[in-house]
Design a protein around this ligand. Structure first.
Ligand SMILES: Nc1ncnc2c1ncn2[C@@H]1O[C@H](COP(=O)(O)OP(=O)(O)OP(=O)(O)O)[C@@H](O)[C@H]1O
Ligand SMILES: [Mg+2]
Length: 239
């Protein structure tokens, strides 16, 4: 039996008034795959995430998840199906504790507070934040807040996680830890699409890279293929 791919995007476009942020983008994501999504500032990466996670309705094209059409779905429905995300600018509940923030994610699967708490503790441990469980989220460092968002996303029990610049602003050690975290997410059987400008964080761990430029996909290949692709080099050199 041929199972459908985890995610299939076909001819996706998104326009804001006159501005075309995504144009005719097609690609497939397989179960547990680690895919890097790169491109210059304004290339349309976050817009694509917003379309995949139900925050924007695409202008054209289709998105299917495990064979089910989810084009124009809501964030709640996308999360329920197994698509979780983090935000380029972290969106945590500042006045809640770290544990409570992750419990918000866990409540998607469990209405029992004790279960959600247990689940949240597991995910805090997974991202290395157990010692911060009872701290107010606003007291966490930027690096910790990014990991907190990853924990909250994982607590929703996703099949696909969309990580938007979780390595931005991190020092070398933290970038290495973030790469290892992505690899451990893969080992749990969860696919990830990682928007990242920090190449040393993504290139060593990605199975495949997608490259956007001016809203369109200009390359789709292994990190090694992407690194020597003339169109990609030109996009980054601004030619
Ligand atoms: N809600 C919106 N309304 C209008 N224009 C938008 C909206 N969201 C994004 N855009 C525009 O769409 C284009 C793509 O933006 P997007 O945020 O997707 O880029 P990006 O690749 O994530 O960039 P960066 O690397 O800087 O985060 C930009 O020109 C941006 O100004
Ligand atoms: Mg962005």
């Amino acid at each position: 039996m041929n199972a459908p791919p985890l995610l299939a995007v076909d001819g996706l476009g998104k326009a804001f008034d006159g501005l075309v942020a995504n144009r005719d983008i097609s690609f497939i994501i397989h179960h547990a795959e680690i895919v890097g999504l790169i491109g210059p500032n304004g290339a349309g990466k976050t817009t694509l995430f917003n379309c995949l996670a139900g925050f924007h309705t695409p202008t054209t094209g289709r998105i299917s998840f495990e064979g089910q059409d989810i084009t124009g779905t809501t964030p709640e429905a996308a999360a329920a199906l197994g698509i979780a995300r983090t935000f380029q600018i972290v969106r945590i509940f500042h006045s809640m504790t770290a544990l409570e923030n992750v419990m918000v994610g866990a409540m998607l699967r469990s209405k029992r507070v004790a279960d959600a708490r247990y689940r949240a503790e597991q995910e805090l441990a997974f991202v290395g934040l157990s010692h911060r469980a009872d701290n107010q989220a606003s007291d966490l460092t930027v690096s910790e807040q990014k990991r907190l968002e990853v924990a909250r996303a994982l607590a929703t029990e996703p099949k696909l996680i969309l990580l938007d610049e979780v390595m931005a602003g991190l020092n070398q050690t933290e970038v290495r830890e973030a790469s290892q975290l992505v690899h451990r997410i893969h080992q749990r059987g969860i696919a990830s699409i990682i928007v990242e400008h920090v190449m040393e964080g993504i290139m060593p761990i990605a199975h495949r890279m997608l490259v956007l430029d001016y809203g369109a996909k200009i390359a789709d290949g292994t990190p090694a293929e992407i690194a020597e692709n003339p169109a990609v080099i030109a996009a980054y050199l601004g030619e």
